[in-house]
Design a protein around this ligand. Structure first.
Ligand SMILES: [Zn+2]
Length: 274
């Protein structure tokens, strides 16, 4: 009798959980979105997010809401002796949430923690050359995104990016684009798209633009998109996103199809912010 009861009750509880949990998450997020944004926080965001003053009042309100949710849900860990400050958290939250500005927002669903180093950090890597030879080396890195649950960043690089917003390089935008890319379990340059029919359009435009960048880089032609995008389609998506936010007019002029694709994906039109 008890066994039958358990067999009947457990699936019902699971179904209730599936239906109720997203509503609880949404309620919790709405609570954080509506918390007051102190003048101190406001000053840090204005100072460290150069594009903030160009946003419309409605975009600023939404960005501040996203920042509060991000800060409530993600853990910050100082590495290499770094003490995490409010400025560091707000800067990382502010820039990364630009990517979510107009979306309903999964808030980088796989991401749990942000590891922050004072400057460039070193990582020991091993590369298998064949079945018998493995080469060990030390690599200096500015940032990386792990498919499971972490982003690693360098504070020195973030400050440099803050001071040079229009140069097309931004480690936060880059690594958090990789997070969006990996939400379906694969980091391959194709994020989750709203409709099935969107995937063929994405593949057509992205592969054409990726091949163009590879060709122009090989011919040593000066390009708007950084040549690092030729590494693979995932890096191309991340680098194209950096260009979309930091050099929107140049991207629109030289790569209108790519600009329109990213405009549709992010539901944003950064040329209006110039
Ligand atoms: Zn990358």
């Amino acid at each position: 009798m008890l066994k039958t009861l358990i067999i009947l009750v457990i699936p019902v509880l699971i179904i209730i959980g599936i239906l109720v949990y997203p509503r609880l998450v949404q309620r919790r997020r709405n609570h954080f979105k509506n918390l007051p944004f102190s003048p101190q926080k406001q000053a840090i965001v204005e100072n460290n997010l150069p594009i903030y003053s160009c946003l419309s009042p409605d975009e600023r309100r939404r960005l501040k809401g996203h920042i509060q949710v991000f800060l409530a849900e993600k853990q910050f860990i100082g590495c290499g002796g770094l003490q995490i400050t409010e400025e560091m958290k707000l800067t990382i939250a502010g820039v990364s949430c630009l990517l979510l500005l107009n979306s309903s927002g999964s808030y980088f669903s796989k991401l749990r923690s942000i590891l922050l180093y004072p400057s460039t950090y070193r990582v020991q890597t091993t590369t298998a050359l064949d079945n018998y030879v493995v080469v060990e080396s030390i690599e200096a890195r500015l940032g990386e995104s792990w498919i499971r649950d972490q982003v690693v960043l360098s504070w020195e690089q973030i400050k440099q990016d803050t001071n040079h917003w229009n140069d097309g390089h931004n480690v936060i935008l880059h690594e958090f684009t990789h997070q969006l890319d990996s939400e379906d379990g694969k980091t391959n340059g194709v994020p989750i798209l709203p409709k099935n029919s969107d995937y063929s359009v994405w593949a057509k435009v992205m592969s054409k633009e990726y091949e163009k960048l590879c060709r122009e880089t090989e011919q040593r032609v000066k390009t708007v998109i950084d040549a690092y995008g030729t590494t693979n389609p995932a890096e191309f998506f991340a680098v194209a996103t950096e260009t979309f936010f930091e050099k929107p007019q140049q991207l629109l002029d030289k790569h209108p199809e790519l600009y329109r694709l990213l405009q549709g994906y992010y539901q944003l039109n950064p040329v209006q912010w110039i």
